[in-house]
Ligand binder design. Sequence first.
Ligand SMILES: C[S@@+](CC[C@H](N)C(=O)[O-])C[C@H]1O[C@@H](n2cnc3c(N)ncnc32)[C@H](O)[C@@H]1O
Length: 261
Amino acid sequence: MNSGARSPVTGTRPEGTRDEAEAARRVQDLFGRIAPRYDFLNHLLSFSFDRAWRRRTARMVAPRLRPGARVLDVCCGTGDLAFAIEREARRDSRDARIWGGDFVHAMLERARGKAARIASGVQFLGVDALRLPFADATFDLVAVAFGFRNLASYAVGIDEFRRVLRPGGQVAILEFSEPPGPVFGRLYRFYFRKILPILGGLISGSRQAYGYLPASVARFPSPEDLAERLHAAGFASVRLERWMGGIVVLHLAERAADERG
Ligand SMILES: C[S@@+](CC[C@H](N)C(=O)[O-])C[C@H]1O[C@@H](n2cnc3c(N)ncnc32)[C@H](O)[C@@H]1O
């Protein structure tokens, strides 16, 4: 699966895709097809841990939610990270302004439906994470849950996050990872590579989408590699946390206050 430990992975490449444009189109198509069952399958296949992971991420970024803070949940899917962050802000009566952005219309429709049902103030927009339609230094926080791995160019994604953050602003990237360790790692791989694609395929009707999930995680840079890429791109205070034995990893980093030009 991996093209070799030493060859740098530039972005996602679903099977059979040759370049960034093709990879992005395939990702868009995959998520468009699974959107109707996305939430249900997320909760089922993760035994509902996905909710706890987003809540924990929201708690970790809560110190950034000062009154009037501007927050972007990018690759927001059906909006659950944005809603979790909004709950954190409301808990402390802070009026953060939160946007959710995704390039799959069917995901955004579901996000807007949920927002209406729970009286959320999150605004959902069609955006491409690799060409964010926001001015430089707009946000105090850019957060992404399980979306970064799907970008056709990690370098462009990181540069865009940095560009739209104000100096000192924070990026939070929550992503799956392959857990280290022989016993847990083997169990995890068995579940993730054998069971999950079958279950996900049967329920969503797209074997391709749920085969792509483990393949994309196996190919994704290691947590240390991603931390290094953030640092090299002008982020400071880069840190990472492994949760649940390393199944998911949260990276936090700050846009360095000094401009690179
Ligand atoms: C695995 S889902 C994660 C959704 C949500 N953040 C969550 O926590 O469930 C990945 C999302 O990233 C979106 N995505 C992938 N590449 C994107 C891009 N270049 N621009 C915007 N959205 C993108 C997909 O459309 C999909 O909704």
